[in-house]
Design a protein around this ligand. Structure first.
Ligand SMILES: [Zn+2]
Length: 275
């Protein structure tokens, strides 16, 4: 078995599947050249942010973890990937929206106290958090890179918000939404080559999609279908058309990090996974 290999998990809030497929040219360059796999993920419902952050990071469904709406502001009761990495002696870090801090480190969020959290005793050991939905994605990625360079995490979770923000502002059927997705792809094209050179595995996905009313929360493909791109030698590159349940992502991340999943996570069943 190989040793641990570091992982950067990029969660692009509100990025729907078809918009990613149509507009993210750099990521598809990596897919076309056999450097990445692309999957279609079906989100859990309700297709809302806070419940799906908990789904992605704990691999448990909302009825079980209790995070059933954006208005439930409390620490998670589940074992997250932050808990698991720490338990296994790996270092973690995140540059994320403040709700991630509320789920795993400290709730309610106090901007004057909680923006930067560097505490090895907490589930999130190294965190930089923002609370404005228009906090620029490029500033967020600079925050994340600061954590990467200075704290050398094995698991770095990056959570951007501008795609969701522009989806609410302009709807999914708009130049504003599509152009923001292209801007994120361009930003990734600037940053990812360095991270890939340093042999990080990369996971890119979204919590939920966006509909033509500028909202999400329903059950349509626009609400629920999100992309998943993975760059890792543990997977056969290519395009996989079958729908992956979102609850598979947390145990997949554990596999990529070479740590045991929590007891609450689903058994991993993932196309393209090498033996
Ligand atoms: Zn939203």
């Amino acid at each position: 078995m190989s040793t641990n290999q570091k992982l950067i998990f990029i969660m692009i809030d509100g990025l729907r599947y078809d918009t990613a497929v149509d507009n993210m040219g750099y990521l598809h360059h990596l897919v076309e050249k056999g450097r990445a796999s692309r999957y279609k993920v079906l989100s859990e419902v309700p297709a809302m942010s806070r419940p799906l952050y908990e789904v992605l990071l704990t691999g448990t469904p909302p009825y079980k973890n209790g995070i059933t709406s954006n208005h439930i502001v409390r620490l998670s009761k589940e074992e997250s990937i932050f808990h698991l990495t720490k338990k296994n002696g790996l270092k973690n870090a995140t540059a994320s929206y403040h709700w991630v801090s509320e789920l795993y480190n400290s709730a309610p969020f106090n901007p004057m106290k909680d923006r930067i959290q560097l505490n090895q005793d907490k589930p999130i050991q190294n965190g930089i958090f923002y609370w404005e939905d228009h906090y620029p994605d490029n500033h967020l990625f600079a925050d994340a890179n600061y954590l990467r360079v200075n704290h050398n995490p094995d698991f770095l979770y990056i959570h951007s918000m501008n795609v969701d923000d522009d989806g609410h502002r302009f709807t999914a059927d708009s130049a504003g939404y599509r152009n923001r997705v292209i801007a994120v792809d361009t930003m990734l094209a600037t940053i990812l080559p360095d991270w890939l050179d340093e042999e990080y595995q990369i996971v890119i996905t979204a919590d939920h999609g966006m509909n033509s009313d500028g909202q999400h929360g329903g059950t349509t493909p626009a609400d629920r279908e999100v992309p998943l791109f993975i760059m890792s030698s543990k997977l056969e590159p290519g395009i996989y058309e079958e729908e992956i349940p979102q609850l598979q992502i947390a145990p997949m991340v554990c596999r990529l990090l070479n740590i045991d999943p929590s007891d609450a996570m689903q058994t991993l069943k993932f196309p393209g996974l090498k033996k």
